[in-house]
Design a protein around this ligand. Structure first.
Ligand code: GAR
Length: 208
């Protein structure tokens, strides 16, 4: 299964996918394209270090959102990608891409949806909000993408305890390592194996 991975920053989730392909856990999965929302994303270095084709498609480089949306769709379709993986991608995808890849786009969110998600809740922000609210568990969610932020059917979630003395950065690091980098490759494996079905906006996972 060919996948296109969309990134905006450090690319630790991209790296987790690359590592899981190399280890054989994601056997049969190939990253055919990395799309970055900005040219300073370190994820681009990870792509080139691993011989993966990449491009930068930033909405501000286009006349309007519509032409940016079309350019993203053209690029992804011509790469042969069957699944789009948003791995720390911080822009809202355009309608054309969402429609063309309906139920074939997944996103990793650094909190337990439906808490601490939606517009403005990205990067370190959910972790700050988690600590400010004093909740006792947080984690990550992999879900299908629709036209709204963090709104599509939930595929996998993994939780960790919020520990006394946690800073947003400590919590973020623990969630990335123990949750995101585990459930994102796992969701890709499940989809590649045809083990995820959607019915009435609910994702059902068939595990062995
Ligand atoms: C990750 O924590 C990811 O869950 C989050 O951005 C970080 C990117 O890290 N994504 C969002 O907040 C999307 N709403 P990475 O570039 O090192 O993978």
């Amino acid at each position: 299964m060919k996948i296109a991975v969309f990134v905006s920053g450090g690319g630790t989730n991209l790296q987790a996918i690359i590592d899981n392909i190399k280890s054989g856990y994601l056997e049969g999965v190939e990253i055919c394209l990395v799309v970055a929302s900005n040219s300073s994303a370190y994820a681009l270095t990870r792509a080139s270090d691993n011989g993966i084709p990449s491009c930068v498609l930033s909405v501000k480089d286009f006349a309007d959102r519509d032409s940016w949306d079309q350019a993203v769709l053209d690029k992804v379709e011509s790469s042969g990608a069957e699944l789009i993986v948003l791995a720390g991608y911080l822009s809202l995808l355009g309608d054309k891409v969402v429609k063309a890849y309906s139920n074939r786009i997944i996103n990793i969110h650094p909190a337990l949806i439906p808490s601490f998600c939606g517009a403005g809740m990205y990067g370190i922000k959910p972790h700050k909000a988690v600590l400010a609210r004093g909740v006792k568990v947080s984690g990550a969610t992999v879900h299908f993408v629709n036209e709204n932020y963090d709104d599509g059917p939930i595929i996998l979630q993994k939780a960790v305890d919020v520990l006394p003395g946690d800073t947003p950065e400590m919590l973020q690091k623990r969630i990335m390592k123990e949750c995101e980098q585990v459930i994102l490759p796992k969701a890709i494996r499940l989809i590649a194996d045809g083990k995820v079905a959607i019915e009435n906006n609910i994702a059902y996972v068939k595990e062995d």
